[in-house]
Design a protein around this ligand. Structure first.
Ligand code: PNW
Length: 559
C-alpha cells in the first residue's frame, strides 16, 4: 500500500473525521418486506429502464446483512457512516396524516442501535432520490407544492423517532441530480421529462421544503427530539461511568423536561426507575440551579440538538483558456449548478446570473421565504467527483460548454468506469477554495467522494480487489483536500463513496464505486475489502477522530 498523501500530515488526519457513505435504495434491498411500498426507483427498475434489467430488489441485502456490515466497518476502523432512510419504508402511504409503519421504525432502530453498538456515528440523509411512488402519482412528486408539507412531515417523523441518536442530518442528497436528471431530463426515475420549467419548479419546492425542515428541527421542543433519552438513562441502560462524565452530565441536565413529561404519563414507573438507578432528586434540583446561559451555550446546543445540512453535488469548472468569456463561463457554470441551491441557503436568493439567464422559468421567493432560507444550514455537504473545462461564448453570456480535453486535445484526467467521471485531483482543491471564499461556511462535510474503477466482466474477485486505479484516485484527491484544509477550508468530516459496490442507478450493478467488493454472483453477496479500503483504513479511518457515539445517547431507544 502507498504511503499517506504527502499533504496530509498525521496531525491533520487525526483531527478529521473519516467515514463511508451509502444510500437506502442502492444497498438495502428488502423492497417489499416489512410493509414497504414501492418508490419511484422500484417502478422505474421494474419497468426495465436499468442496464442489464437490474433492480434494487435485493441490492446488497443490507436489510438483513447490516450486523456483518457494521462489524466489517469496525474492523476497518470506520467510525462515521452516512446512510439514507427509505421514505416509503417509514411512511408507506408517503403523505402527511398517513400511518407511520412500525416495522419500518423497528428496522431503522435496529440499524442505528447496531451502528452505535459498533462505535459508529450515524449521519442521516432524509431523501436520497427514492420518492414514494404514491406521491409521484398524487401530485408529480417534487413538481407539486404539496411535496413541501409531506416532506416536512416525513422529516418530523424521523426527528421524533431517531433524533435521540442522530445528531447529523442532511435533508436532500444532490438536489441538482434530483431536479435535472429525475425531473428536468427524466433520465432518472420517475423518468418523465418536465423540461427547464419543471426542473426549476422542483428546485424551488425542494429549497422551501429544506428551509421548513431546518426551522422545524431547530424550533422543535427539546422533548420531541429527546423523548427516549432520559427514560433510557433512568431504566439503567447506561453504565455509571457514562452518567458521571462531563458530556453526559451536560446532556442529562437537559432531560428534566423529559422527566417531567414521563412523570406525567407514567408516575409510578418513573419514580421506581429513578430509585433503582440511584438518580436522586438532588440531581434534578442541581439542574434547576444551572444558569440559563450555560444551557444555551454552543456546547450544550451541539450536544442536545445536532445539525441540519444538505448534500450538494458539483463538478468543478476550470476556464478552458484565459479568455474573458471562458472565465465568465466557468463562473456562471458554478453559479448555475451550485449557486442555484447554495445561494438561496446562504444568501436568501438565487444568483443574479441565473435569474437573468433563466428568467422565463425560474420562480421567485417571497421576502418571507427568502428570510427563512437565508442561513438555513448548520453545515454544507459537498459531493465531489470530478472537474471539467468550461468554454464560453462572446455573444451569449448564458452559454457554458463543458469539455474534457484542453486546447491541445489533452484529457483533463484518466476516465473512470463512468462516462462522466475523470480523475482530476486538483479540481477538488480549486472547488473547495471557491466554496470557502464565496460562502464562508462554518463547516463543510465532504458527503461523498469516490470513483468507479474500470473493470472487465471477466475479472475474478481476486483481480477486482486490486484496485490501484481507485487507490490512486483517493491518494490524489485526499492530498488536495488536505492542502485545502491547511489553507483554512473548513472541512472537518469526509465520507468516501461508497462503503461497498452497490446499485449504481441507471447503470445497475455494472459500475462499482465500493471500497469493499460485493460478489453479486455469490448467494451470500460476499464482501471483500479492496486495496482502496485497506489504504483508507490504514491512513485515515484508523487514525481519524471518533464520533463520540453514545456520550450523550447511550444505548438509544430499543426497538
Ligand atoms: C452520486 N453526474 O450521483 C450519488 O449521490 C450516488 O448515489 C451515486 O451512486 C454516486 O454519486 C456515483 O454516481 C451522481 O452525472 C450521479 O454528474 C450523477 C452525477 C454525479 C453524481
Amino acid at each position: 500500500l502507498p504511503d499517506a498523501p504527502a499533504m496530509c500530515p498525521l496531525e491533520m488526519r487525526k483531527n478529521t473525521r473519516w467515514g463511508v457513505a451509502t444510500a437506502s435504495y442502492q444497498v438495502e434491498g428488502g423492497w417489499n418486506l416489512g410493509g414497504r411500498t414501492p418508490s419511484v426507483w422500484d417502478t422505474f427498475s421494474h419497468a426495465g429502464f436499468i442496464k442489464n434489467n437490474d433492480t434494487g430488489d435485493v441490492a446488497c441485502d443490507m436489510y438483513h446483512k447490516y450486523p456483518q456490515d457494521f462489524k466489517l466497518m469496525r474492523e476497518l476502523g470506520i467510525k462515521h457512516y452516512r446512510f439514507s432512510f427509505s421514505w416509503n419504508r417509514i411512511l408507506p402511504q408517503g403523505g402527511k396524516g398517513t400511518p407511520v409503519n412500525p416495522e419500518g421504525i423497528a428496522f431503522y432502530n435496529s440499524l442505528i442501535n447496531e451502528m452505535i453498538a459498533n462505535n459508529i456515528r450515524p449521519y442521516a440523509t432524509i431523501f436520497h432520490w427514492d420518492l414514494p411512488q404514491v406521491l409521484q402519482d398524487k401530485y408529480q412528486g417534487l413538481i407539486g407544492e404539496e411535496f413541501i408539507a409531506d416532506f416536512v412531515n416525513y422529516a418530523n417523523v424521523l426527528f421524533e423517532n431517531f433524533g435521540d441518536r442522530i445528531r447529523d442530518w442532511m435533508t436532500f442528497n444532490e438536489p441538482w441530480v434530483t431536479c435535472v436528471l429525475q425531473y428536468g431530463q427524466g433520465v432518472f426515475a420517475p423518468g418523465i421529462p418536465m423540461g427547464d420549467e419543471g426542473m426549476y419548479k422542483c428546485g424551488h419546492n425542494l429549497l422551501k421544503a429544506h428551509a421548513k425542515t431546518y426551522e422545524l428541527y431547530h424550533k422543535a421542543p427539546q422533548a420531541k427530539l429527546d423523548n427516549a433519552t432520559f427514560a433510557d438513562a433512568a431504566r439503567g441502560k447506561v453504565p455509571q461511568a457514562k452518567l458521571d462524565n462531563a458530556t453526559f452530565a451536560d446532556a442529562a441536565r437537559g432531560k428534566v423536561g423529559i422527566a417531567h413529561n414521563i412523570e406525567y404519563l407514567e408516575p409510578l414507573t418513573h419514580a421506581a426507575a429513578l430509585k433503582a438507578n440511584n438518580v436522586t432528586c438532588y440531581f434534578l434540583l442541581e439542574f434547576l440551579q444551572v444558569p440559563q446561559a450555560k444551557l444555551d451555550n454552543v456546547t450544550f446546543a451541539d450536544a442536545a440538538r445536532g445539525k441540519v445540512g444538505i448534500a450538494l453535488n458539483i463538478e468543478y469548472l476550470e476556464p478552458l483558456t484565459e479568455a474573458k468569456e471562458d472565465v465568465a463561463a466557468a463562473n456562471y457554470g458554478l453559479e448555475k449548478n451550485l449557486g442555484w441551491f447554495a445561494d438561496p441557503l446562504f444568501f436568501g436568493d438565487y444568483p443574479a446570473s441565473l435569474k437573468s439567464c433563466a428568467k422565463d422559468v425560474l420562480p421567485s421567493f417571497t421576502a418571507e421565504e427568502s428570510k427563512l432560507l437565508k442561513g438555513s444550514l448548520d453545515f454544507l455537504g459537498i459531493n465531489f467527483y470530478t472537474g471539467k473545462f468550461a468554454k464560453g461564448s462572446t455573444t451569449d453570456k448564458c452559454s457554458v460548454e463543458t469539455r474534457e480535453q484542453d486546447v491541445n486535445g489533452k484529457d483533463i484526467g484518466p476516465l473512470a468506469e463512468s462516462s462522466w467521471l475523470r480523475v482530476v485531483p486538483w479540481s477538488f482543491y480549486k472547488l473547495l477554495k471557491y466554496v470557502q471564499s464565496r460562502y464562508d461556511p462554518k463547516q463543510i462535510i465532504i458527503t461523498e467522494n469516490g470513483v468507479s474503477a474500470p473493470k472487465e466482466d471477466s475479472m475474478s474477485v481476486q483481480q477486482a480487489i486490486r484496485d490501484d486505479f481507485r487507490v490512486n484516485y483517493y491518494k490524489g484527491y485526499l492530498d488536495y483536500l488536505c492542502k485545502a484544509i491547511s489553507e483554512g477550508v473548513k472541512v472537518n468530516t469526509y465520507f468516501a463513496w461508497s462503503f461497498m459496490d452497490n446499485f449504481e442507478w441507471r447503470e445497475g450493478y455494472s459500475q462499482r464505486f465500493g471500497i469493499n467488493h460485493v460478489d453479486f454472483d455469490s448467494p451470500e453477496l460476499t464482501r471483500t475489502t479492496k486495496d482502496s479500503g485497506k489504504f483508507l483504513s490504514k491512513h485515515f479511518f484508523r487514525v481519524g477522530r471518533g464520533g463520540g457515539v453514545g456520550a450523550r445517547r447511550p444505548g438509544g431507544r430499543q426497538p
